[in-house]
Design a protein around this ligand. Structure first.
Ligand code: FAD
Ligand code: 2HG
Ligand code: ZN
Length: 457
């Protein structure tokens, strides 16, 4: 267990008065569970977990921490994959989980206001009762919070249809690093009244403010949905097929890529089952969803592609879930092999297939004993390169892969953010002028640099 650092006595006394014993947790075992990230790669030290109940208490926490020079790491579901949700330098953890209120769905505007600590699956259940849905869905839905998803501008499984969180953010409430509270939750679709602070906080990874509530736009929940698992001999065949389907299938909602090795792993380590008699090199899982049964359109789209080796189709929920398990179980299955290095990158679509073939070689040159697992959101060029068998602080693979990605015109972070994991390489994608602007914004909103100091810039 990590050794705990101590809070200054005066800060401890003020926080206890503000939050009460339930809101100031110093029990070593409980605190320790908040100090390690989901992958097990990032472990920090910290004196306490603060658990405010509302925005006023969050503002109180920021005020006390500023006064005493105590740095703060906002934490939602702690499912982030770049080490940004855990302390690295003895900061306190500020858990938003108790800010979990969910207001009634506003049917006319198709929006909802939720507390930052509301868990995605709970919000999904609330909206689905109205045939509406949160437009961003991800495998961590049972733990990830809406506040964390906004703070990371999460992408997920339906980006090619709906985009990432920022597109659906209609308003925000937050306590900024300077201690002030901003609240702009009216949800007007048209509102050109100056700087877009919600958009700025989205993707800021807890460095500018602590998000306390969010107004989200919702989308209609399609009444018909079909899932197909399609097998290919080559990465190029898979990538080209998805490009074709994006044109021919207007109701295409997801297109997820993974490999035969990945299917082998998830079947070995979990309950997933391979629907095919033989294993294939590459797979694409597609979801097509709309107001009418899309089965015929999907069948025509699949049979229009010569490179298809095999296909399994599911229309009912249990069989759809079984196909999706082959994709969603990748992250937990890889964790069973050891703490992975996660390189979440986007490639220009023209460079994607060659990258998928080359990247295991790039990894092997940097770390011959490592193994590489490839999967991701192929429709938007986002590959998750997972590398196992490398020590947590050995960054040679990260260096080789991220430089390769930048040389190809890609992004070193597609959807997970920069956190601490990629801070060293941010300059590969951002100019000195951009980084200067980042620092200026950060200093303006968090003048004492108490919010997530180890993250981003
Ligand atoms: P945390 O992990 O707690 O925090 C993430 C970052 O946001 C940290 O920097 C933290 O300081 C900050 N933060 C958290 N809450 C707040 C707040 N209220 N105010 C200010 N800052 C805050 N991500 C994707 O984009 N797409 C995916 O498909 C996807 N799939 C995943 C599948 C699995 C199995 C797992 C484990 C993770 C996956 N992720 C995915 C990553 C992760 O779920 C997302 O980054 C998610 O948005 C994090 O939410 P969280 O509540 O867990 O945030
Ligand atoms: C996903 O797409 C997530 O499943 C997690 O973004 C990716 O585990 C990963 O690397
Ligand atoms: Zn992803």
């Amino acid at each position: 267990m990590a050794e705990l650092v101590r809070l200054p006595a005066s800060a401890h006394a003020e926080l206890l008065e503000l939050l009460g014993p339930e809101g100031l947790v110093t029990d070593a075992q409980v605190v320790a569970s908040h100090l390690v990230d989901w992958t097990g790669r990032f472990r920090g030290t910290g004196p306490a977990v603060l658990r405010p109940r509302d925005t006023a208490e969050v503002a109180g926490v920021v005020a006390v921490c500023r006064r005493h020079g105590v740095a703060v790491v906002p934490q939602g579901g702690n499912t982030g994959l770049v080490g940004g949700s855990v302390p690295h330098e003895g900061e306190v953890v500020l858990s938003l989980r108790r800010l979990a209120a969910i207001e009634p769905v506003a049917e006319r505007s198709r929006q909802i206001t939720v507390g930052a600590g509301a868990v995605l699956a709970v919000v999904q259940a609330a909206t689905r009762r109205h045939a509406l849905d949160v437009p961003v869905d991800l495998g961590a839905r049972d733990s990830a919070t809406v506040g964390g998803m906004v703070a990371t501008n999460a992408g997920g499984l339906q980006v090619l249809r709906h985009g990432s969180m920022r597109r659906h953010l209609k308003g925000i409430e937050a306590v900024l690093g300077d201690g002030s509270t901003i609240s702009h939750l009216g949800g007007l679709d048209k509102d050109n009244t100056g700087y877009d602070l919600a958009g700025l906080l989205c993707g800021s990874e807890g460095t500018l403010g602590v998000i306390t509530a969010v107004r989200l736009g919702l989308v209609s929940r399609p009444s018909h949905r079909v899932t197909a698992l399609v097998a290919f001999a080559s990465a190029a065949g898979a990538v080209d097929a998805v490009a074709t389907w994006r044109r021919s299938l207007p109701d295409l909602e997801a297109a997820e890529l993974f490999t035969g090795d990945g299917v082998g792993l998830v079947c070995r380590t979990g309950g997933a089952r391979d629907p095919f008699e033989r294993r294939h090199p590459w797979y694409v899982l597609v979801d097509v969803a709309g107001p009418h049964d899309p089965s015929d359109d999907l069948a025509a789209a699949v049979s229009s592609i010569d490179d298809v080796l095999d296909v399994a189709v599911a229309t009912d929920e249990p069989r759809r879930a079984a196909l999706w398990a082959l994709r969603e179980e990748h992250t937990p299955a890889i964790n069973t092999l050891g703490a992975p290095h996660k390189l979440d990158v986007t490639l220009p679509l023209d460079a994607l297939a060659a990258f998928l073939v080359d990247v295991p070689r790039t990894v092997a040159e940097a770390a011959p004993a490592a193994t590489t697992w490839l999967f991701g959101h192929v429709g938007d060029g986002n590959v998750h390169v997972n590398v196992v068998g490398v020590a947590p602080d050995d960054e040679r693979v990260d260096e080789a892969v991220l430089r390769h990605v930048a040389d190809l015109g890609g992004s070193i972070s597609a959807e997970h953010g920069i956190g601490v994991a990629k801070r060293r390489w941010l300059h590969l994608n951002r100019s000195e002028a951009e980084l200067h602007a980042f620092r200026a914004i950060r200093s303006a909103l968090d003048p004492d640099h108490i919010l997530n100091p180890a993250v981003l810039v």
